[in-house]
Design a protein around this ligand. Structure first.
Ligand code: NAP
Length: 329
């Protein structure tokens, strides 16, 4: 590697802090050069907290700084499309938080624009980059569980009103699906593929008109099924399971696991453990950085096609619910 990239961070919200902490912990491997916010004071405070050289009171100002090479977009998903487009128009490579966009169409436009401009864009679906998932893939590829028949994922949490606004507000593309349902859909897709042949779903809406909890059933060409339940304001263990003809695998905290358990029909049971180097974010940052520095415009771990396919599944689910966000009307 020649040198570390100069990262700029777009927004100073909750996950922006986690990104900044991670980059600091990565030492010389990565450089957080600039912070930007709609409010200069917030950007300055953020920059001071993490020892960042530049603080900007608007996203555009930061993007006009020619020393910024790659940008981490950490605004609500309602704004990912506009903010990624802004980055691309300013010639910056992009790592964008999940959900990548609000819908499939936006995702397609982003990747097309990036390709035309010779720029890298990747969805920060951090689960996919965790090395423990290479071990999960190995167990499946070795046929340890036999034929995979069913994947289940559940994830539910309660939040206070302060963070609740982003979590529920249709103006911010709130609701469970784009916030955490994306983890369940992404997990199922990692195991069973990105093209289910049929989708069924049930939903309950909250007072703001977005999804409070839902169940989604995906069926695949080979007969396998994924059963996904996610909720905000109902606590549920974060649990993913993969069931096969020879046994099953249990993955506690499937969005960022440090171990999984294999339980076979013949009575064998064992754990595979792998601690995170820092907090799990380092792997997606490293992947984005390596791709950019090697002039690779796409990641092979999280490809544009996969991000588009996940958005497409979530579009189909929302169509069945009749949920259209204001920015789509
Ligand atoms: N990978 C993960 O584990 C993970 C975890 C949480 C969230 N996320 C994703 O990261 C994104 C941000 O989530 P978050 O929890 O960090 O959100 P948040 O705490 O609400 O922060 C979002 C930030 O976006 C900026 N922003 C720009 N336009 C905004 C608007 N109209 N309304 C509100 N904020 C606006 C604000 O920063 P300024 O005021 O500084 O401009 C705000 O602080 C979401 O897409 C979410 O799904 C990922």
């Amino acid at each position: 590697m020649n040198k570390a990239l100069n990262w700029g961070i777009l927004s100073t919200g909750t996950i922006a802090h986690k990104f900044a902490k991670t980059i600091k912990a990565m030492g010389e491997e990565a450089v957080l050069y600039a912070a930007s916010s709609r409010d200069l004071k917030k950007a300055e405070d953020f920059a001071e907290e993490y020892g960042i050289v530049k603080a900007y009171g608007s996203y555009e100002e930061m993007l006009s700084d020619e020393n910024v090479e790659a940008v981490y977009v950490a605004t609500p998903h309602s704004h990912h499309f506009d903010h990624m487009m802004l980055c691309l128009e300013h010639g910056k490579h992009v790592l964008c938080e999940k959900s990548f966009t609000v819908n499939r169409q936006q995702a397609e436009v982003i990747f097309k624009t990036a390709k035309e401009k010779n720029l890298f864009v990747m969805e920060g679906f951090w689960t996919k980059f965790l090395p423990i998932y290479r071990e999960v893939e190995k167990v499946l590829a070795d046929g340890v569980l036999g034929d995979i028949r069913l994947v289940t994922a559940q994830y539910g949490y309660c939040t206070g009103t302060e963070r609740g606004i982003r979590k529920f507000d249709p103006q911010l593309a709130g609701g469970t699906l784009l916030d955490i349902g994306v983890y369940a859909v992404g997990f199922a897709s990692m195991i069973l593929g990105y093209q289910p042949k049929a989708i069924e779903t049930q939903v309950r809406f909250n007072d703001m008109g977005t999804d409070e909890f839902s169940s989604i059933l995906l069926q695949y060409e080979n007969g396998a099924i994924a059963q996904l339940t996610t909720a905000i304001q109902t606590t549920m263990p974060v649990l993913g399971c993969i069931y096969g003809s020879k046994g099953y695998m249990q993955i506690n905290d499937f969005k960022s696991p440090s171990k999984f358990t294999v339980i076979l029909n013949n009575g064998t049971e064992y754990d595979v453990k792998m601690d995170l180097e820092i907090n799990g974010f380092e792997y997606e940052i490293r992947e984005a950085q390596n791709c950019i520095m090697n002039n690779q415009l796409e990641s092979s771990i999280q490809t544009p096609e996969q991000s588009i396919a996940v958005m497409d599944i979530m579009d189909q689910v929302r169509r069945k619910w009749g949920l259209v966000y204001p920015m789509e009307k």
